[in-house]
Design a protein around this ligand. Structure first.
Ligand code: GSH
Length: 200
């Protein structure tokens, strides 16, 4: 059976989240980092954009859909419909941090609002939700892709120079979760070889 392929540029952007979920799920995949979208690739892209994922069953665009599909296919989305729905809700919530940060770039007032209101709101909520579920993971009794999604959001804040927002004294449970996720062997293997020079 051939390996799945994820096409994206050599940067984190919208490609990093599906890469992390694939790695967490222990999937051997071709991490195809392209320099640009050539004509041959373009004709295959539903929206003309990357990331684009393909395996023997599907060709799929949209980073969140790819992450969700991979999580369900490899049984790391939750053990039943309710767990899957709860994992999806946590996973979706990371874009309530990532999108406002991106929208605020270059605007001092919006960036300040992001740092003092938006990010703390979600960090507080994630800390509470984790504690409510026992502290080790967000949904059910084992890691799901929701944990990886939140790891990605915290990793994103670090990558853009805002790691001080994730204060370990304010968010101890979240901080521990992030470390535990980064130590999952299949994910750690990816993180250890991830290019350090990739752009946002
Ligand atoms: N909603 C899409 C956004 C994808 C997207 O904006 N991709 C950009 C790179 S981050 C792209 O392919 N741009 C090239 C183009 O539009 O020509 C997703 O989450 O996958």
């Amino acid at each position: 059976m051939s390996q799945p392929t994820l096409y994206y540029f050599n940067g984190r952007g919208n490609g990093e989240y599906p890469r992390l979920v694939l790695s967490f799920a222990g999937v051997q995949f071709n991490d195809n980092r392209v320099n640009g979208i050539d004509d041959a690739l373009k004709t295959r892209l539903p929206f003309g954009q990357l990331p684009f994922y393909e395996d023997e069953q599907v060709q799929l665009a949209q980073s969140k859909s790819i992450a969700r599909y991979v999580a369900q296919k490899y049984k790391v989305a939750g053990k039943n419909e309710v767990e899957i729905a709860l994992s999806d809700a946590i996973a979706e919530s990371i874009y309530d941090i990532i999108n406002p940060f991106s929208a605020a770039r270059g605007d001092a007032e919006k960036t300040e609002k992001f740092k003092t209101e938006t990010a703390p709101r979600f960090l507080n909520n994630w800390e509470s939700l984790l504690l409510k579920n026992g502290g080790k993971n967000f949904v059910g009794q084992s890691f799901t892709y929701a944990d990886v999604a939140v790891f990605h959001a915290l990793d994103f804040l670090k990558f853009v120079g805002l790691e001080q927002l994730v204060d370990a004294t304010k968010y101890p449970t979240l901080t521990t979760l992030s470390k535990s996720v980064s130590e999952i062997p299949s994910l750690k293997a990816y993180l250890d070889k991830r290019p350090t020079d990739s752009k946002f």
